[in-house]
Design a binder for this molecule. Structure first.
Ligand code: MTE
Ligand code: MO
Length: 299
């Protein structure tokens, strides 16, 4: 697959999946206790190794299926993803109900290995496949009045225990400023580890914005709207003092109830490590999007 974007994580960093699934066993077998001594605090820059498929698909946030980390893996298989339509509407030249094939038609799908940092201070590295949201927006034609992009997740009460219980308001909503949506790091992911996106991770298509806290990366998207005003977004609506509209990863702005200066990298068992959180999750190339903003207030 082609790389069109500077990526500090490359295919060379991806060990074949089989080896990944056995990684811990291999480490345990060969290194033994000696390795614990070196498993201290490492910088995120040094930890480029993607998480295993198992880690990525069994430790999730997907409240439609429950609030527990293992609920999505247990419950998401009931979600119906075929057929799937994505409504594109609002200030756009070619509105419509697009099939996945129509959506991806003419766009370059490629692998992106991204750090992923949840606002709850855990993180992973994920080898996604997807296409740039900018390419899709260009294809459908953004009209001049559009300033934001709003996204919506599917709601299937019969298949989603978290929706039936009303753990939060659904549909799950997210949004980006248009320039954030057009940034080449922003992708619509359709797969990971070379396979279609597993349901617990937001099949069949989700947003991935790697420099923002994970809740911005909305799953199982059925609607993309080009709008003039900042759209309502789920966590900002629940508690604006804790979850800003921007929610860029920022180690200097703590969550009111916990520090954001470091994070727990999922996986590795005994070998899991805490590491420093990086500004913009290490994706400094987005900094100019926020020139003139006070990131401690406009979070
Ligand atoms: N529809 C929907 N999208 C969602 C969520 C959710 O509950 N529902 N959780 C968000 C949060 S808090 C995180 S951290 C990421 C988790 O993605 P992952 O489970 O693939 O790691 O999905 C985000 N997208
Ligand atoms: Mo999250």
């Amino acid at each position: 697959m082609a790389y069109r974007w500077k990526n500090d994580l490359t295919p060379a960093d991806v060990t074949p999946k089989a080896a990944f699934l056995n990684r811990r066993q291999m480490i345990a077998g060969t290194a033994g206790l000696g390795a614990i001594a070196v498993a201290g605090k490492v910088s995120a820059q040094d930890a480029l190794e993607p998480n295993t498929l198992e880690e990525i698909t069994t430790y999730n946030n997907f409240y439609e299926f429950g609030t527990g980390k293992t609920d999505p893996a247990q419950n998401a298989s009931a979600m119906v993803i075929d057929p799937w339509k994505v409504t594109v509407d609002g200030l756009v030249d070619k509105p419509g109900e697009y099939s996945l094939a129509d959506l991806a038609e003419g766009l370059t799908t490629e692998e992106r290995i991204y750090r992923f940092r949840c606002v709850e201070a855990w993180s992973m590295v994920v080898p996604w496949q997807g296409f740039e949201l900018a390419d899709l927006l260009t294809k459908v034609g953004v009209q001049s009045g559009a300033k934001y992009v709003a996204f919506e997740t599917v709601v299937q009460p019969e298949n989603m225990p978290g929706v039936r219980r009303g753990v939060i308001d659904f549909p799950y909503l997210e949004g980006l400023r248009l320039d954030e949506a057009m940034h080449p790091l922003t992708i619509m992911a359709t797969g990971l580890y070379g396979e279609p996106l597993p349901k617990s991770t937001g099949a069949p298509i989700r947003l991935v914005v790697p420099w923002k806290y994970g809740f911005k990366s909305i799953k199982s998207v059925v609607k993309i709207s080009l709008v003039a005003e900042e759209p309502k977004t789920t966590w900002n609506d629940i508690n604006a003092s804790e979850y800003g509209f921007y929610s860029n990863v920022n180690p200097t702005v703590d969550h009111p109830r916990w520090s954001q200066s470091s994070e727990r990298r999922i996986g590795g068992g005994l070998f899991s490590s805490r590491q420093d959180t990086l500004m913009f999750n290490g994706y400094d190339e987005v900094a100019s999007l926020y020139d003139g903003m006070d990131l401690s207030k406009d979070f």
